[in-house]
Design a protein around this ligand. Structure first.
Ligand SMILES: Nc1ncnc2c1ncn2[C@@H]1O[C@H](COP(=O)(O)OP(=O)(O)O)[C@@H](O)[C@H]1O
Ligand SMILES: N[C@@H](CC(=O)OP(=O)(O)O)C(=O)O
Length: 365
């Protein structure tokens, strides 16, 4: 790639690689795109479905309470393996690929090594690799701390790597390929009537993802908004249909939306200020935690799961209240209402009725 040439950044989520033959299909698509556009390419990939959690189970089987260093060394290996498989498939397509891992990505973090916070983006490693003419493949979620030790941006953070790569390379936008073709008014697997949102303003995308809509990582949306970078969401199977663009419109046109993430949990709190303090303590550990007011009183929301809350609370001296249910969140402009469901089935029923209320024209007749 010549200096100053255009670059495209493509991210393929874990759901893309349900079987190993998908690497071949995706490599062919990437090669075709390179031939058509002549652009440099950075491709971010996530682990094959279940690989990261299988590694976690193995660590837990090997030692009851694994330290952060063990987890940060092992869990990202699943994404590295995926990146290497794609590089092999690209090689077979005649497209030279270079895999950059850990601190070699140029992404720097601070805070906990396991749920690290992105603090710096050095464009040099990506630009150098692009100059060599390679298709650069990054395993999602990998970075390094200021001493060069490998760090992990946490679960499902490949979207964040993709946006960071787009910022580093000056790409016009970042394309995210997933098992849904875009962002919907609710998870379409929870509410069938969910509507595809063709254009989504940053504020709605930020609220949706901050409250747990898994389709995009909240920090990816935040970083994109900060840089005015558009995120294009598309399906990860041919014909790779583009469903949504994030950042193309103003918030005035935002429709309502609902979030139910089955892994999120609410915890009681004695007061709003105490809930805010606890949420801030957890957020300092890189955990997506929020304070909310509900009909049952103030709560702390821990969004998305996969966090060993017991370990974090003990290490930081956080006093988390008792379980208060699963949050179901309605978003209407700047208004956010948090409801609590006792179990998953009640959460699904609540999400459906809330969706029908916030988007009445779409309610089943
Ligand atoms: N508002 C929403 N719009 C679209 N998908 C959503 C939404 N909320 C949750 N999802 C879920 O997000 C999933 C895609 O995210 P994810 O599983 O992380 O995919 P990938 O493996 O491609 O990164 C979809 O399968 C869908 O169930
Ligand atoms: N290693 C990643 C793989 C993944 O699923 O990421 P994504 O949701 O960005 O595809 C994880 O389990 O967190």
């Amino acid at each position: 790639m010549n200096p100053g040439s255009a670059v495209s950044v493509l991210k393929f989520g874990g759901s893309t690689f349900a079987t190993p033959s998908r690497y071949r299909e995706v490599a062919a698509m990437i090669r075709r795109r390179a031939a058509e556009s002549g652009e440099g390419q950075v491709v971010v990939v996530s682990a094959m479905p279940g690989d990261t959690e299988r590694l976690r189970q193995r660590v837990h089987a090997a030692c009851a309470v694994p330290g952060q260093n063990a987890l940060v060394s092992l869990l990202p290996m699943a994404d590295t393996m995926s990146a290497l498989l794609l590089a092999a498939a690209l090689d077979a397509e005649g497209r030279v690929a270079e895999v950059l891992t850990g601190q070699a990505t140029g992404f720097t973090t601070r805070g906990s090594p396991l749920w690290a916070t992105l603090s710096g983006i050095d464009p040099a490693p990506l630009r150098d690799a692009l100059r060599r003419g390679s298709c650069v493949v990054l395993p999602g979620g990998q970075a390094g701390d200021e001493s060069g030790r490998p760090t992990w941006l946490g679960k499902n953070s490949s979207d964040l790597s993709a946006v960071a790569a787009a910022v580093a390379t000056g790409a016009a936008h970042c394309e995210i390929f997933s098992d849904v073709d875009g962002v919907y008014s609710c998870d379409p697997r929870v509410v069938e009537e969910s509507r595809l949102l063709g254009e989504v303003a940053y504020p709605l995308a930020q609220r949706l993802t901050r409250y747990g809509a898994k389709v995009l990582h909240p920090e990816a949306v935040r970083l994109a908004a900060r840089h005015g970078l558009r995120i294009v969401c598309a399906a990860n199977t041919p014909p790779y249909r583009r469903g949504s663009v994030i950042g193309g419109i103003d918030s005035a046109e935002e429709p309502g939306a609902v979030v139910l993430n089955r892994l999120s949990r609410a915890f009681t709190s004695p007061s709003v200020s105490s809930a805010e303090e606890t949420a801030a303590q957890l957020a300092a550990e890189g955990i997506n935690a929020l304070a909310a007011h509900t009909r049952k009183g103030p709560v702390v929301l821990v969004i998305g799961g996969y966090v060993d809350l017991g370990e974090v609370c003990e290490r930081r001296g956080v006093a988390l209240g008792g379980p208060a249910g699963i949050p179901v969140v309605g978003i209407e402009g700047e208004r956010v209402e948090v409801h609590l469901a006792d179990d998953e089935a009640a959460g699904v029923a609540l999400a459906r009725s809330l969706h029908g209320r916030l988007l009445p024209s779409l309610a089943p007749s």
